[in-house]
Design a protein around this ligand. Structure first.
Ligand code: PGA
Length: 250
């Protein structure tokens, strides 16, 4: 089975007021002027999803959420259901980002339940995994990845409804990245684990790398083995910077 088109996804985190719509419009225009050989996704905060989905309708940019609750509705003050994201125009949702795991105590079981919710609602789940600096230093990176993958990816996952993002915690927002060789080693391990669990379909899951991806390092990082795109934080807030990363697929 052949991997589908790569995906470059922007995670805006808790950034963006209405005026940031100008960056989305600029990105749409850049992609129209110079089409890319990848899918492009912007995940703004919840408040901007309906507006962004309207602006991006019919363009080369898809819109996603950054988290969802596992339940379809109910007494969960402040939470958002995957069904609500879909209703607002999202096609994807990031699940289990290390900031959610750290700030909100989300463990693999919670992440797995949220990924099932995303699939139930017809969204593609972008499930994040990755080791801390301490785990890497102790030589446990691959064991951590294996446990997170086993615990966070639901049995119903398919290459169509699930994307895996490898984001070493120490590379997020730090300006530091693993070498392309290190990324290829982890992505190769993820690929083997997915193939062992899902058979031939394991080859077709998209594996994103995330953590300090910038225009200057994108070509090197994204050409590493088994990398099918990027999950981009800080550099996704500016259309020109994200477009510079997307250049890796032009
Ligand atoms: P960064 O964030 O690109 O700012 O390092 C990546 C992420 O957290 O998804």
């Amino acid at each position: 089975m052949k991997s589908p088109k790569p995906l470059v996804a922007g995670n805006w985190k808790m950034n963006g007021l209405k005026a940031a719509q100008a960056e989305l419009i600029a990105l749409i225009e850049m992609l129209a002027a110079a089409p890319a050989g990848c899918e492009v996704l912007i995940c703004p905060p919840f408040t901007l999803i309906p507006r962004f989905a309207e602006v991006a309708a019919g363009s080369a940019v898809a819109i996603g959420g950054q988290d969802c609750h596992a339940a379809p509705n109910g007494a969960h003050t402040g939470d958002i259901a995957a069904e609500m994201l879909a209703d607002a125009g999202a096609s994807h949702v990031i699940i289990g980002h290390s900031e959610r795991r750290a700030d909100h105590g989300e463990d693999d079981a919670i992440v797995e339940a949220k990924a099932r919710a995303a699939i139930r609602a017809g969204l593609a789940a972008i499930i994040c995994i990755g080791e801390t600096q301490g785990q890497r230093d102790a030589g446990h990176a691959l064991a951590v990845i294996e446990a997170q993958l086993a615990g966070s990816v639901p049995a119903a996952a398919t290459p169509e409804n699930t994307v895996i993002a490898y984001e070493p915690v120490w590379a997020i927002g730090s300006g530091r990245t693993p070498s392309p060789g290190d990324i290829a080693q982890v992505h190769g391990a993820i690929r083997r684990l997915l193939s062992a669990r899902f058979g031939a379909a394991g080859d077709a899951f998209r594996l994103l790398y995330g953590g300090s991806v910038k225009p200057a390092n994108a070509a090197a990082l994204l050409s590493a083995g088994d990398v099918d795109g990027a999950l981009v934080g800080g550099a996704s807030l500016k259309a020109r910077e994200l477009d510079g990363i997307i250049d890796a697929y032009r």
